[in-house]
Design a protein around this ligand. Structure first.
Ligand code: AQP
Length: 337
């Protein structure tokens, strides 16, 4: 049997951004060759930011369409919506009873996100978000979770919970997942604020590269990316965050190493690098954009993929939840005398 990979994205924007692609989706596609893959659109997570109902529905389809356009193959991998498999919410409740207040309170993404939305916009769901994420992962006896660097801490919590369940309920209760983080592209930064990660819902229109954005405005954003004033093309995350980010993106898409790019651009201006990079990014995104639009324009075909995915996911999820409910001592139909 192949090892299992699980990963997911929230439908929190009308388009994914380049960081979602390079930090995660590109790996999702590759892992299909070696792993039994399950990829989710985690719409229950997206409720933490209080979306308009119609907007959430639209974004759920659009997010799935981009998975498929990137090369996730529904005949091999499971592609589904989290809310179609009720076991996610049920296991999250069970896991919350295994999570300490202190350990939940240490999650830095909660601190960042709650600081951005303020006290009035911060709900309990945003706080318990990593527990729902742990449920997503543990439900499928996941071996490997490909994520960007920003999700490492959440994955640590999933691992701790898995080990705790096994210690309390029996060694083979759940599989302990391993992170799969591609170092070179683990974090893509905002084009305007290159010390902050690029984010599909928080980055400004000029700071982001969106997959479904008009190619002309992608090129414009890259050409207007913030860089320092000393005009030397070099990789230095601390002191030259802007140009280092451009080099990371360039290297990921073009195949040349960052060192090779630095050598090739020696003595050239930032403008030169930006013009070339804009062309590389537009060429990369155009076919993905077109394929995503085809899926978006065929909602029946897309919904059929999601329905099939939900059925296959439910089969695995219901067996895991039943095992856990039994082991924690809930009275199950199988216990009837
Ligand atoms: N900037 C990034 N660089 C590398 N990887 C990234 N990921 C996100 N941003 C970057 C990876 O993409 C996946 C998306 O996960 P998510 O939808 O659950 O949300 P997120 O991690 O919070 O990503 P965003 O784009 O910042 O979304 P919003 O704005 O909704 O919060 C994950 O695998 C993540 O590591």
């Amino acid at each position: 049997m192949k090892p299992r990979v699980f990963s997911a994205m929230q439908p929190t924007a009308d388009s994914l951004q380049l960081g979602n692609f390079l930090g995660a989706l590109v790996e999702w596609v590759k892992l299909q060759d070696t792993h039994d893959a399950i990829y989710g659109v985690v719409d229950l997570h997206a409720l933490t930011v209080a979306p308009e109902p119609e907007v959430l529905r639209r974004r759920s389809r659009v997010t799935a369409a981009q998975f498929l356009a990137a090369g996730v193959d529904p005949s091999r991998s499971i592609v589904f919506l989290q809310s179609h498999v009720p076991e996610h919410a049920e296991l999250a409740w069970l896991l919350s009873t295994f999570t300490g207040m202190g350990e939940a309170g240490r999650m830095t993404q909660f601190k960042d996100k709650s600081a951005r939305v303020g006290e009035s916009g911060t709900n309990v769901g945003l706080f318990t978000y990593p527990i729902l994420m742990a449920a997503d992962i543990l439900l499928y006896d996941t071996n490997v979770v490909p994520v960007g660097e920003d999700q490492r801490q959440h994955l640590e919590l999933s691992r701790d919970l898995a080990m705790r369940l096994n210690a309390r309920l029996g060694e083979d209760t759940v599989t302990v997942p391993e992170p799969h983080i591609v170092k070179e592209t683990a974090k893509i930064f905002d084009l305007q604020e290159p010390t902050k990660k690029m984010s599909k819902s928080f980055s400004s229109p000029k700071g982001i590269i969106e997959i479904l954005q008009d190619p002309k405005s992608v090129a414009k954003n890259i050409k207007a990316a913030a860089t320092d004033s000393d005009a030397v093309i070099a990789f230095d995350r601390e002191n030259k965050a802007g140009v280092s980010n451009l080099l990371t993106i360039y290297s990921a898409l073009d195949g040349r190493s960052v060192d090779q790019l630095v050598a090739d651009y020696e003595g050239k201006m930032y403008g030169h690098l930006k013009v070339d990079l804009a062309e590389v990014v537009v060429n990369y995104l155009t076919p993905i954009h077109d394929a995503a639009m085809e899926w978006i324009e065929s909602p029946d075909r897309l919904d059929a993929v999601l329905a099939d995915g939900a059925e296959r996911a439910s089969e695995i999820a219901s067996a895991t939840l039943e095992r856990l409910y039994d082991r924690v001592g809930l009275l199950r139909p199988s216990h009837r005398r």
